[in-house]
Ligand binder design. Structure first.
Ligand code: F6R
Length: 241
């Protein structure tokens, strides 16, 4: 694991956005794996700034998002499809049909199989962006998820539901399931960048890097990936040995 620690978040997001822009320029038909949540928001803003200033070309880029809530369609303002359109896709010259977010409505098992097939057809993911949950989840693969898992319907744990409830008016509205890429799907990406900042992520980051590789902490599997780069602030890195 390559560990990059930044004194401030601005530099961290600049560094991550630089990596993405460089890949898009050197391989204009790259397949990007993207994440939602608060971690990548400022990175996406920098990609949008760069696009406005430099016209970096996304016309041949293909994207696959990690996950989507079950029961929320693209029109729901808390759906991850809406999040991605709002923060990134609407501002770049990427054709909408080249952006993929798992479908959280309809025949979910079928959606999962089709998602895996689409990733394969696209040639696999060149660069996967990840955040990490305070319980060590990646995507919505909660502790206990098999390392062999592929895109599937996953129940969200109480902690995750609580962490997400800040985006919903009442806790009853927070979805309790998600469609998520599996851990095996994530591990097949050729390169992985994981972003984490804040002291609330420190224990999960420590266990991911220094802990035993165990399904109890899904992100620990990243120790086995050959091209993982962590982009951390000093607080998230504060418990690393
Ligand atoms: C989001 C995702 C999640 C988040 C994680 C961290 O697509 O798959 O694993 O990356 O929950 O969330 P934030 O960034 O909000 O702390």
């Amino acid at each position: 694991m390559l560990i990059n620690i930044f004194p401030d978040n601005d530099e961290l997001h600049r560094a991550v956005s630089k990596e993405i822009i460089q890949l898009v320029k050197t391989k204009p038909d790259s397949v990007l794996g993207l994440s939602t949540g608060s971690s990548p928001v400022d990175t996406y803003a920098l990609l949008v700034d760069d696009y406005k200033k430099n016209k970096t070309d996304y016309s041949s880029i293909v994207t696959f998002n990690l996950d989507e809530y079950v029961g929320l369609d693209a029109h729901h303002d808390q759906s991850y499809r809406h999040f991605m359109n709002f923060h990134l896709f609407n501002h770049l010259n990427i054709p909408a049909d080249q952006t993929h977010v798992p479908l959280g409505t309809g025949d979910l098992d079928n959606n999962c199989q089709e998602y895996e097939a689409l990733i394969q057809e696209a040639g696999g993911i060149d660069l996967q962006l990840l955040g990490i949950g305070t319980n060590g989840h990646i995507g919505f693969n909660e502790p206990g998820t098999s390392f062999e898992s592929r895109t599937h319907v996953a129940p969200l744990l109480k902690d995750t539901i609580e962490a997400n409830s800040r985006f919903f008016e009442t806790s009853e509205e927070v979805p309790t399931k998600a469609v998520t890429m599996g851990i095996k799907t994530i591990m097949e990406a050729r390169k992985i960048i994981l972003l984490a900042y804040g002291s609330h992520k420190a224990a999960a980051v420590r266990d991911m890097v220094n802990g035993e590789v165990s399904e109890d902490l899904p992100a620990s599997i990243l120790q086995k990936h050959e091209h993982v780069a962590l982009f951390l602030d000093e607080e998230a890195a504060s418990l690393l040995q």
